[in-house]
Write a protein that binds this ligand. Sequence first.
Ligand code: 6PG
Length: 256
Amino acid sequence: MQNHIPYELKIVSDPAEVAQEAARRFVAQAQTAISQAGRFTVALSGGNTPRALHNLLVAEPYRSAVEWEKVFIFFGDERCVPPDHPDSNYGMARDTLLTKVPIPPEHIHRMKGEDDPTQAAAAYAEELQTFFGLASAGGPAPENYPGFDLVLLGMGPDGHTASLFPGTAALQERSHPVTANFVPKLNSHRLTLTAPAINRAAQVLFLVVGADKAAPLYQVLKGEYQPQVYPSQLIRPAQGHLTFLADTAAAANSGQ
Ligand code: 6PG
């Protein structure tokens, strides 16, 4: 990656092993955070890749390795649909994870995709401000952004992550942790954490699976720095640890 920011590229054999390694890391980071701070704050990713991770976390040996009552759930992005819509990221997490482990309902902070996008983004920023005890719901100062213990991310074939899509306004957002991003190619808004919000995380873990991610992953890691084209390049945690966990198909062009 340009400017030589440190990152880890962990390549494993196949999608099932990506899920296993992600589950191992999720549990380890949860145990560390809970032992150090008494809680684990994690922003879940949408899309399909996280399903396999969720399926592992709700079963042994991972289920009993996490003190779920000390876990606090957030979301990296959300489609502008109600929670029961098949496209809802919250809905996917609810069905595959949140209803299958004992996380207190009040610990689950979903983005309100059913609401007006601008209002929902502002409300979520305020919810983050309250939860993390921030001085304000944004602004230029890094300390006004949430410090998630872990942000899980995926990567689209176009190099997007969360709902930071190529050429969209959210890529420029540096004053708010959450924004309503109109995505022309989807002809819809998306709610998304912004780069400054994600970049305050202690750990950022990309799960990248499949041959259709080989080209974008190569560009993100090895290509020139052009985040307008490959928004995943915006993700460069200031103090946090950045990992790309990929199967051999996705890492075909990037592997060491
Ligand atoms: C979303 C996700 C998005 C996703 C990528 C990869 O709302 O769709 O947040 O950023 O992570 O599109 O999706 P897959 O895991 O389905 O390939």
